[in-house]
Design a protein around this ligand. Structure first.
Ligand code: MN
Length: 256
């Protein structure tokens, strides 16, 4: 396989390094990642300033540090930087989970999604801890196994898989579940503080107030139960259940 690795935690993040180590021995890889942390940038792209791509001498493969978002990185990699089309795009391993509705904010998932926009299969992989020292090796092995499967199966040629791995020792992992997205709710609290010049500033201090506790088929429940979660995602956000209802509503409303 020829694998494009990217992330949203920045090119020096340990999760990305763990992926590179895992794929280096058996596959060809290229790394194109943001030059600094760009978490929670979702699918932003840069249009109002130039992008710099600095080639890095990396022992594990060719690497570029890009002065943009995860989405920029994948776009630039697939159109310009890589010598040829990769077989799969892998984004991560993120520091912290990307579960349920949080994926709408995730740069990790957006980078993988950008790969799908280019017609490639893609994986977003996250480790469910924000700890500074964490063991990414199991998550890297899972990403490798799933990537092999994705590239072997023509029916999965444009699949987007969101993988979340519990931060547990290998022997405490209780299996792998194929899941649907759950719902995460936050109490959005902005702490108001004063800067040294007496001006007020605000800092988002999210507080998770409710996770799906009843539904066992969600990604959130799987990780809470110590299981690796794999959720297939789809780029079509159309609410098909509402199409007939809206059509009827439209027919009656506009008599022109
Ligand atoms: Mn991140």
């Amino acid at each position: 396989m020829f694998v494009l690795l990217t992330n949203d935690d920045g090119i020096e993040a340990p999760g990305l390094l763990a992926l590179a180590r895992e794929f280096h021995s058996r596959h060809e890889l290229a790394i194109v990642a943001p030059d600094r942390e760009r978490s929670a940038t979702a699918h932003a792209i840069t249009v109002d300033r130039p992008l710099r791509a600095k080639k890095i001498e990396h022992a594990l493969g060719p690497a570029w540090a890009v002065s943009g978002t995860p989405g920029d990185c994948v776009k630039l990699a697939l159109t310009t930087l890589l010598p040829r089309r990769p077989d799969v795009v892998i984004s991560g391993i993120n520091r912290g989970p990307n579960l349920g509705t949080d994926i709408f904010y995730s740069g990790t998932v957006a980078a993988a999604l950008e790969g799908v926009f280019f017609g490639l299969p893609a994986i977003a992989v996250s480790l469910a801890t924000h700890a500074a020292t964490a063991d990414y090796s199991l998550a890297a092995r899972v990403a490798s196994a799933v990537a092999q499967h994705l590239t072997d199966k023509p029916t999965l040629s444009q699949a987007l898989l969101n993988i979340n791995v519990p931060a547990l020792p290998d022997k405490e992992i209780r299996g792998i579940s194929i899941t649907r997205l759950g719902t995460r709710r936050y109490k959005n609290v902005f702490e108001a503080r004063k800067d040294p010049r007496g001006q007020t500033y605000y800092w988002l201090a999210d507080e998770l107030i409710n996770e799906d506790g009843v539904d066992h088929d969600t990604d959130i429940a799987a990780v809470a139960e110590g299981k690796i979660s794999i959720t297939p995602l789809h780029i079509d956000l159309t609410d098909y259940r509402r199409l007939p209802e809206l059509q009827g509503w439209l027919d009656g409303l506009f008599d022109i």
